[in-house]
Design a protein around this ligand. Structure first.
Ligand code: BJW
Length: 243
């Protein structure tokens, strides 16, 4: 692919990542065979109604995933590292938007980052809306350290039917970007699945980097298929050669 015909080194880049980028770090994806939604019904754990119906079940699901994320074996991989390097070295604007609730992009060194579906290592109090760091198990019995009330702490993640975070800022950046890159996402979940159309409407070059063609693959101008730890560093190298 010759990105140099579409992109100047001062161009602005928006990158969207999904569960596939963290797969080779040891975290499960959602919709792959053997993935999270093969083990648990999303209606039981990833909706506000599920949390009202059975909060201990929802807490157990996220407590298990939080412990998994904090396992010392789970570390950022070469794809996370390449995106952090791109942010450091790219002369133009760059925004990384992740659907992932893990903290592997931060650990790799990314700074201009939006967690549109929230963060596993944060909790929010439903009563006073305080957001707090959370590195251990959550339960209904715990009192909010800010307002002191029990029964209100939940993981600070975005469930189905809830509004993803910072949508106005993301849409503003998509409307002004020259390159949109989607990495490791199946393209099934909106509004993230619609970002490629928004970037195309803004005249951006659109590129998909994924293990296999995603649900929205036909909307991208270019696609490179393979494991993130191989295709992302190679693509970043191509971009940095323009600088
Ligand atoms: C590799 C790899 C390797 C593997 N290397 N690649 C139409 C328009 C707009 C909205 C809707 C609509 N229809 C329905 C909706 C609503 C709904 C939705 O999209 N539903 C769909 C079922 C259609 N969306 C919402 O409700 C969202 N909110 C919203 O729309 O707000 C507006 C609104 C408000 C109020 C009322 C109505 C509307 C919120 C969505 C929240 C999603 N939350 C989750 C779970 C919470 C966080 C968590 O527990 O982690 O977020 S669902 C889950 O899916 C998680 C992920 O972030 C998200 C996306 O998954 P992702 O990342 O794509 O993972 P996979 O597994 O699907 O794909 C992995 C890919 O990687 C695969 O392609 C592999 O091939 C690849 N891969 N190994 C590279 N080594």
């Amino acid at each position: 692919m010759d990105v140099s015909t579409h992109l100047k080194p001062t161009g602005s880049i928006v990158i969207l990542t999904g569960a596939g980028i963290s797969k080779e770090s040891g975290l499960d994806t959602f919709r792959c065979a053997g993935g999270i939604w093969d083990k648990v019904d999303l209606e039981d754990v990833a909706t506000p109604e599920a949390f009202l119906r059975n909060p201990p079940l929802v807490h157990r699901f996220y407590n298990d995933r939080r412990r998994g994320l904090l396992d010392p074996a789970v570390q950022p991989n070469a794809a996370h590292a390449a995106l952090a390097e791109l942010e450091r070295a790219w002369p133009g604007d760059l925004l990384l938007v992740t659907q992932n609730i893990d903290d592997l992009h931060e650990r790799a060194g990314s700074k201009k980052l939006i967690h549109m579906h929230g963060e596993l290592l944060k909790a929010v109090c439903l009563f006073c809306r305080t957001v707090m760091e959370c590195r251990s198990d959550l339960s209904l019995e715990q009192a909010c350290p800010h307002c002191g009330r029990r029964n209100g702490l939940r993981p600070d993640v975005v469930w189905f039917g809830e509004m993803p975070y910072e949508m106005e800022r993301i849409q503003g950046e998509l409307a002004a970007c020259d390159l949109f890159v989607s990495i490791g996402t199946s393209g099934n979940i909106y509004p993230a699945a619609g970002f490629v159309a928004e970037a195309r409407a803004a005249g951006a070059l659109t590129v998909e980097l994924n293990l296999e063609p995603s649900s929205g693959a036909s909307q991208f101008r270019e696609a490179i298929h393979g494991p993130a730890t191989e295709v992302v560093p190679a693509f970043v190298k191509t971009l940095l050669a323009l600088t």
